[in-house]
Design a protein around this ligand. Sequence first.
Ligand SMILES: [Zn+2]
Length: 326
Amino acid sequence: MDKDVVLAVDIGGSKVACVLIDPSGNLLSDISTALVPFDRNGIADVNAILEILAPFTRNPMIRAIGISLCGNVDVTSGEAILVPNLHWKHVPVGKLVSEMYQLPVFAATDVRQALIAELIWGKAQKSNYVAWGTIGTGFGGYLFLDGKLYSGFHGFAGNFGHNTIDEVNGYQCGCGKRGCVETFVAGPAIARSGQIVLDKGESPALMKKAIDGKITTRMVFEADSENDPRSKEIINDVIRRVCISLSGLVNILDLELIVLGGGVVKGSPEFVSRISKTIRPYLMTEEAKRDLRIEVESFDNSALIGAGADAFERLGLINFLGANFK
Ligand SMILES: [Zn+2]
């Protein structure tokens, strides 16, 4: 069985990552990354992306290609329904890749793939009530409930980053609404808060770090770790809002585990442990306060690894439920 190989592909908003994986989750090559090729209209060039995969498909042991995409994907057909970062609407990625390389192709949204990586090879093995959450340029996730992936009526479950928390004083969100929790906690929100503090002249630490008068998310995290009071306030406020959001999920769904990944989560080594501590008073039951685990993702690129895990599972080469109910 270990001779079987899948090609895992993660198509993000700016980079395409590829790697060959075996059924135990071992990487059989270095992770290769390339910039997403965009055409002159700013639309990601699907044919050029297909070409990027070519060198990896020469391995005769490849049984399938698994794809993770940063948007809404029809899991059955592999069609990219809406991928805002790539300016894609109804692009039949799965079909195009399958026709070009004559292999089965399994595509899904990145948060689903990241959760599957955790369920099969990561920290969510043997857990039956799990949420994955990405905090990066956006905030969202996917759910595994009662031992099954949960996608909801239309397949859009897990969009907890778009719960409105303040439509009066809040910010415009990429989803079209105003005041979603994402607009307060995602990377761009942290950079914006840092910029406001800098522009008011309230943080000497950020003033030292600013480049051409601009503040990045990373600079705010660095200043926080150096105990800059205003940066600490910003990160504490992000943690508080993430905790309010995730505690709502736990109070509704009685989760046992939340795994967090994404650029903001990697902003500081203590980010997830601070969330794990801060969330307790927001939880309703003593049982949740005692038992809820909040963990950082197991892999550097969970969506990429999960694209491989999902392909093995859908090929029938890994028993998904077996992996969780051993
Ligand atoms: Zn929104």
